[in-house]
Design a protein around this ligand. Structure first.
Ligand code: GDP
Length: 434
């Protein structure tokens, strides 16, 4: 999918525009605190365009001085996007900070579309002419608060979307990524995997922009490690800011079948780990939890069990994810990773037989009667699997509102007991039988 980034100095309305374009994307999965709020990255479909969009203004660069922050946000846009929407404020005219952003964008070899915001009515259109001076051609008048002009702006941006899709991989290739906060050992793990005896590295080539995916073969099966771009090219100033690493993680998650969530066994679990894990879950990818640096942990026979318990407490929503304790440094248990990825990936793509599925659901209902509300009982007619990656089930019922979260959860557990599905989320929707 093409990527659009919005840049511009503070208060020009970047997040208003971002929210307008993204629209109400209410998560259909359960509400994980801190995950859906405060978005800086989202997929969007506008008219016939399907793209991802970044609000660089949401990337808080800490204590850096004002101008430095704007500069870094522009650099991020240049690194990450196919097309940049440069946003200015029509009510204030061209400011020194706008010129500063423009200077950085000139140097980039990326298409830039200039949007002039806060042009809320036609009389204000004359304000846009000043903005030709920024040197990005025709300025597009828009109004974020009224939702005006966005169609034209996006039409222009879409003209610059890359023509053919980037090279993507065959269906039979298992794509996985390692995500986690900085310094948990993601790069070390990639190297450890690539260095394994049975792994044949077939190609390390830049496939998407500056991302470096590694292609490998193991037991005759093909895999690609989706690079959390920049994993191997560190050193940018903003590399360590949390929101930026989240952005990178989201982009890797999106291209993956299986996500390895990497934790630091030595430092334990922190809030940031939870947020990252929440994104993987929400995206519906298969998940394996990897506890790295296990060599550095002082341990007795209870340590692993205790750590595992902590993980289960902190990542309630990831109860389906297997956990492995290993060390990129000593290579201990590195060889178990690919088999675990295989299992998770198989389950992620698993399709079950409808008749068996309905037997399971009927047994479940017999064991634990469906909920009632105001004298009405939920009635389940039949269930069918409508999708894979992740496995998605539709339960046809009399009234969907009667399906309580807890009952859905119960059905999920019965389905898991019957079919496994280790390593993959599954989704269940209740629909009214017409
Ligand atoms: P990334 O930012 O997640 O890619 O982390 P790196 O792979 O750059 O590793 C961060 C630091 O942790 C480096 O100093 C590594 O040498 C160290 N490290 C990585 N894996 C291990 C491990 O398994 N055990 C120990 N003791 N240190 C590790």
């Amino acid at each position: 999918k093409p990527v659009i980034a919005i840049v511009g100095r503070p208060n020009v309305g970047k997040s208003t525009i971002f929210n307008r374009i993204v629209g109400e994307r209410i998560s259909i999965v359960e509400d994980i605190p801190g995950v859906t709020r405060d978005r800086i990255y989202s997929s969007a479909d506008w008219l016939n365009y399907d793209f991802n969009i970044i609000d660089t203004g949401g990337i808080d660069l800490g204590d850096e001085p004002f101008l430095e922050q704007i500069r870094q946000q522009a650099e991020i846009a240049i690194d990450e996007a196919d097309v940049i929407i440069f946003l200015a404020n029509g009510r204030e005219g061209v400011t020194a900070a706008d010129e500063e952003v423009a200077k950085i964008l000139y140097r980039a070899k990326k298409p830039v579309v200039l949007g002039v915001n806060k042009i809320d009515n036609p009389e204000m259109r004359e304000h846009i002419y000043d903005f030709y001076a920024l040197g990005f051609g025709e300025p597009f008048p828009i109004s974020g608060s009224h939702g005006l002009g966005l169609g034209d702006l996006l039409d222009e941006a879409a003209k610059h979307f890359p023509k053919t899709g980037q090279k993507d991989y065959d269906e039979d290739v298992i794509k996985f990524s390692l995500i986690g906060r900085p310094n948990v050992g993601k790069s070390s793990l990639v190297n450890a995997i690539l260095g394994e005896d049975r792994v044949i590295v077939s190609n390390i080539a830049g496939t998407t922009r500056d991302a470096i995916d590694s292609e490998l073969t193991y037991n005759g099966d093909k895999y690609v490690i989706i690079d959390t771009a920049g994993m191997r090219k560190k050193g940018k100033v903003y590399e360590t800011t949390e929101k930026y690493s989240v952005l990178r993680a989201l982009r890797a998650i999106e291209r993956s079948d299986v996500v390895l969530i990497v934790l630091d066994g030595e430092e334990g679990i922190i809030e940031q780990d939870k947020r990252i894990a929440g994104y993987a879950h929400e995206a519906g990818r298969a998940v394996v939890i990897v506890v790295n640096k296990w060599d550095a942990v002082e341990k007795d026979e209870k340590t692993m069990k205790e750590f595992e318990q902590k993980i289960r407490e902190h990542f309630l929503f990831l109860d389906y994810a297997p956990i492995v304790f290993l060390s990129a440094k000593t290579k201990k248990r590195i060889h178990t990773l690919i088999p675990m990825i295989n299992t998770a990936s198989e389950n992620h793509a698993l399709r079950v037989e409808t008749s068996v599925l309905n037997d399971v659901i009927m047994d479940a209902v017999a064991m634990n009667p469906t909920p009632t509300d105001k004298g009405k009982r939920l009635k389940i007619f039949y269930t069918t699997q409508v999708a894979v990656k992740p496995p998605t089930f539709v339960v046809f019922v009399n009234e969907p509102e009667l399906m309580h979260f807890s009952y859905e959860r119960f059905l999920e557990n019965r389905i898991r007991d019957a079919f496994g599905f280790e390593g993959t989320p599954i989704k269940i929707y209740a629909r009214e039988r017409k």
